[in-house]
Design a protein around this ligand. Structure first.
Ligand code: GDP
Length: 602
């Protein structure tokens, strides 16, 4: 066991070296007969036969235990060694697990979510300020993305970034740091779109929800209505026989906040949150930035282990030797325990929120891993510029979880419901379909974030995403599939679930035009004076006419002109005259989406 300078024992995040030999089989847990045959470089049939000679009946996909692997390997004069996980691989894998006997209770990490203006920031402020009332020193605080309070002797960590973007961004990067979500709903306003979003995010992250019914000081406050509305989302109050805790509060006046904190403690206790403080620290970046005086800074949430000043760590693709650690009150710490979040200095670059960090006992090793990761990230960025297609998505999901997550955005409630019902009827053995969001309206940034966090596919039915949302989907490699016909959706999804879908042609959107003027010409129809805002349009383009993101017409171009001339193509930044084949009911402000069919290169 490595000892640090002070001679204390902390469990390392494993410095072991892998050895390679000529005739060595590396045993991995869940090794199959086929994997063994490959490791031995022998035909699988021969290995199956050899097993049979040893009175072991096993098919090639069957998992065999270590003794069996050794038996066969020895027969071929191979030595068996256990898989040795390198530091770098361990960091990639990032498992926050420890053996039972080393675990002790850790504080809960709480995120506050809810609709805009329902009081999230006020609540975070009130709780932060309650520290003074709870006997802690006051003073000027700084925003570091998280703070901790001590209530009834128990600490609680709050993530101090209200809103869903931070939460979904973190989840999208594979970080689930929240143990409990406090859903703030204003009692004078009730359930609003972002309330619904918050519920979806919390449920997708499998976080328990405590509902804080806020603004009960207002005369119009109607907490019962909130309970009624939220019951539709399966958040049934305990008073009505459910298991969701509701607390009436006034974040502004501080009423009920103590009660809320008590309930957080209660839920945390039920969750049995534990960690091992006696190991090198690992966790997640809550917030990071570049400070004029301090250089790169990052707020690290310790999820396991103890972080100490002087520790060497890898954080995302960066290396750090922790120089200082401080909390939101500028208080300096020499060490930080599980669930504490402190801002550190000593980084060689700025990580991103959601990046993971891990301490290594060897400074050189940490430096090497950070350098390796920097190169890997660069290569990955270069290589991955193609959006995922449904097959890739299926393969990925099939291998890991055997489930396909879908987000459905439709033009009407009727089509949303119809689609949902039809899709849920698809049955493919061993693969499950989860509809994590199904509502009306165009595809938004929040849908992309939810899709990113849940590895979901977005189905747009009669709706189109705006260019900014599309480019964000492309950056995050979220697949958006757009449809007008329910059967097409069902066929595609069914095919994807069965792993059969093999798209040969795919629609490629080439550009967007804004309708700025209309000219009605008798006998010919309406000519739209347009401006190409993005990409380009060709005279053979297929077009969709969008009004507020909803498809109002789909068809072909009749003419594409610049001044009086027919042209083949018009690029971004140019004006043109467009006539749509068989459609004249255009309006100024409409958006025309132009596309072509292209062969998909797999
Ligand atoms: P956020 O957008 O969810 O962070 O909401 P804010 O915390 O910024 O609050 C929005 C507005 O509601 C502000 O003007 C607050 O002062 C007010 N507000 C927040 N909580 C309460 C409350 O409990 N009672 C009353 N009357 N107003 C509140």
């Amino acid at each position: 066991m490595p000892k640090n300078k002070k001679g204390e024992k902390r469990v390392s995040n494993i410095p072991q070296k892998e050895e390679k030999g000529d005739k060595v089989v590396i045993y991995k847990p869940n090794m199959t007969v086929l994997m063994l045959a490959e490791a031995l470089g022998k035909p699988v049939n021969q290995v199956v036969l050899k097993l049979m000679q040893n009175k072991i009946m096993a098919s090639q996909s069957q998992v065999i235990d270590r003794d069996t692997v050794e038996l066969i390997a020895l027969d071929y004069d191979f030595e068996v060694k256990d898989e040795v996980v390198t530091d770098a691989a361990r960091f990639d894998e990032f498992k926050i697990t420890d053996s039972e006997e080393n675990l002790v209770r850790r504080p809960p990490v709480v995120t506050i979510m809810g609709h805009v203006d329902h009081g999230k920031t006020t609540l975070l402020d009130t709780i932060r300020n309650s520290r003074v009332a709870l006997g802690e020193v006051g003073g000027i605080t700084q925003h570091i993305g998280a703070y901790q309070i001590v209530h009834n002797g128990y600490p609680i960590t709050f993530i101090d970034t209200p809103g869903h973007a931070a939460f979904s961004h973190m989840r999208a990067r594979g970080a689930s740091i929240t143990d409990i979500v406090v859903l703030v709903v204003a009692a004078d306003d009730g359930v609003m779109p972002q309330t619904e979003e918050a519920i979806e995010h919390a449920k997708a992250a499998k976080c328990p929800i405590i509902v804080a019914v806020n603004k009960i000081d207002k005369p119009q406050a109607n907490p019962d209505r909130v309970m009624e509305e939220l019951s539709r989302y399966n958040l049934i109050p305990e008073a009505w026989g459910g298991d969701t805790i509701y607390v009436n509060i006034s974040a502004l006046k501080g009423t009920g906040v103590k009660d809320l904190l008590e309930n957080i403690e209660l839920v945390a206790e039920m969750q049995n949150l534990r960690a091992n403080p006696n190991r090198l620290a690992m966790g997640t970046v809550v917030e990071a930035g570049l400070d004029k005086n301090k250089g790169p800074v990052a707020t690290l949430l310790i999820q396991n282990g103890t972080l100490k000043v002087g520790d060497t760590l890898v954080c995302g693709d960066n290396f750090a030797k922790v120089r200082t650690m401080e909390d939101d009150r500028h208080i300096r710490y020499q060490e930080a325990k599980p669930s504490q979040a402190l801002m550190i200095t000593g980084l060689d670059g700025v990580p991103q929120a959601g990046d993971k960090f891990m301490v290594f006992s060897s400074e050189q090793e940490a430096k090497n891993i950070a350098a390796e990761r920097k190169i890997r990230t660069k290569n990955k960025e270069l290589e991955e510029n193609k959006p995922r297609n449904i097959n890739d998505l299926f393969n990925q999901i099939d291998n890991k979880n055997k489930e396909l997550n879908l987000i459905i955005k439709a033009d009407t409630q009727g089509s949303a419901e119809a689609l949902k019902n039809s899709l849920l009827k698809i049955e493919v053995p061993d693969v499950s379909l989860n509809i994590i969001r199904c509502n009306v309206g165009t595809i938004t940034e929040d849908d992309i974030n939810l899709a990113d966090g849940s590895k979901a596919l977005i189905i747009g039915f009669g709706v189109r995403p705006m260019p900014n949302v599309k480019s964000s989907a492309a950056t995050k490699k979220i697949q958006i599939r757009l449809y007008r016909i329910i059967y097409d959706v069902i066929n595609d999804i069914e095919a994807a679930l069965k792993g059969l879908l093999d798209p040969v042609y795919e629609e490629k959107v080439t550009g967007y035009l804004e309708v700025r003027e209309l000219f009605k010409i008798s006998k010919i129809g309406t000519i739209a004076g347009c401006y190409v805002t993005d990409g380009y349009i060709t005279n053979t383009a297929l077009i969709r006419l969008l009004r507020e993101g909803i498809v109002v017409y789909e068809g072909k171009l009749a003419t594409l002109r610049r001044f009086k001339d027919d042209v083949k193509e018009v690029k971004m930044g140019y004006e043109c005259g467009v006539r749509i084949d068989g459609y004249n009911d255009l309006k100024v402000g409409d958006v025309i989406e132009a596309s072509v069919y292209e062969e998909v290169k797999q």
